[in-house]
Design a protein around this ligand. Structure first.
Ligand code: TYM
Length: 351
């Protein structure tokens, strides 16, 4: 049975990349699938143990989910640390995954920097927890931005290894199910999760440097549009965004080697719900002095209602807390079933 899960870390301000690459893609999925949207507070402590106000940051991600239109009656919105199954399954996955797999993760290498010996063990094991987030609900589809692709490949590797290493026990207990793996059907306990990485904004770049990802941790606030920015802020950042001196090409191929132009056209396309090719058929041959004001209008009208709703929700933390609590209870019920199965597969004693 299909099920969707995705997660966002409560660290730093949400930005346009998070919105276009992830949050906005969640919305249509809730019409077709049961969905879980998680605020991953256990992941938040991997790079930095102490945060200024983790509770407020957690609420603001939940507010973004709600403001973007996720319906808590249909989809489950919750924070990770509330459901003990995530950490429990992550431990078991630490014993499935190999150290070499973790060492190869580019995000680990980037985040740990030169002093790898001094990174937390949690930062190394981060993808194992992410696999647990997904598989504790036996989720089949995960909508994310391009930067999470490698982590999702590792999630598949963990599921495949678990299914293989334990296949005899899984079958003996009658817990095996047919599982889709690309074209093939295999038998196992965990699904082989499919990433959903689609559309013109799977990797939104910095407004100051088209070769760098837009990120919560970039020192320059001008590099990103935050979901807390007001209309003037959005307009100022787009006007100051780096461009090249040429006019826009009329075909997508003309964006090659022009990372800043490519990025702004991709942002426009995603906000307008269309493709880069369609944007270029309207703006091909035009200068940035004409394109940028159109992008400002579009960004302000698309983001304005979401950011206003986020601010309104943040004024009522009691409501957000109630949503997270109710979501946590629903999530826990599913996670408990999985943990019961996994413990029996491993031969652990339980009631
Ligand atoms: P995080 O919190 O860094 O980012 C949240 C989501 O936003 C996407 N994203 C982007 N998309 C396009 N352009 C960008 N510049 C950009 N920056 C971020 C991310 O791809 C992500 O979808 N490890 C995850 C959180 C996580 C998770 C999970 C995700 C934990 N468990 C289980 C899915 C399923 C992360 O750090 O995302």
């Amino acid at each position: 049975t299909p099920r969707v899960l995705s997660g966002i870390q409560p660290t730093g301000h949400l930005h346009l990349g998070n919105y276009l690459g992830a949050i906005r893609k969640f919305l249509p999925l809730q019409d077709s699938y049961p969905c879980l949207f998680c605020v991953v507070d256990l992941h938040a402590i991997t790079a930095q143990l102490v945060h200024d106000d983790l509770a407020a940051q957690t609420r603001s991600i939940a507010a973004a989910y709600l403001a973007a239109g996720i319906d808590p009656e249909r989809s489950i919105i919750f924070n990770q640390s509330r459901v003990s199954g995530h950490a429990e399954l992550a431990w078991i996955f630490n014993c499935v995954a190999r150290i070499g797999w973790m060492n190869r993760m580019t995000q680990f290498k980037d985040k740990a920097g030169k002093d790898r010996e001094n990174a937390s063990l949690g930062l190394l094991a981060y993808p194992s927890l992410m696999a647990a987030d997904i598989l504790v609900y036996r989720a089949t589809h995960v909508p994310v931005g391009e930067d999470q692709k490698q982590h999702l490949e590792l999630t598949r590797d963990i599921a495949i290894k678990f299914n293989n290493d334990l296949s005899v026990r899984i079958e003996a207990l009658g817990l095996g199910k047919p599982i889709a793996m690309g074209e093939e059907t295999v038998h196992g306990y965990f699904p082989i999760t499919e990433p959903i990485i689609e559309g013109p904004a799977t990797r939104v770049m910095s407004l100051k440097d088209g070769t760098k990802k837009m990120s919560k941790s970039d020192a320059s606030d001008l590099s990103r549009i935050n979901l807390t920015d007001d209309s003037e802020g959005i307009a100022r950042k787009i006007k100051k965004a780096k461009t090249d001196p040429d006019s826009l090409p009329s075909e997508e191929a003309g964006l090659q080697g022009r990372p800043e132009a490519d990025n702004l056209v991709g942002i426009y396309a995603a906000l307008a719900g269309t493709s880069k090719a369609a944007v270029l058929s309207d703006f091909g041959g035009k200068q940035f002095s004409e394109f940028k004001p159109a992008l400002v209008d579009l960004a302000v009208s698309a983001l304005g209602p979401v950011t206003a709703e986020m601010r309104r929700l943040m004024d009522d933390p009691g409501h957000i807390d109630a949503v997270l609590k109710a979501g946590g209870e629903k999530a826990n019920a599913i996670a408990e079933e999985t943990m019961r199965d996994v413990k029996s597969i491993l031969g652990m004693l339980q009631d």
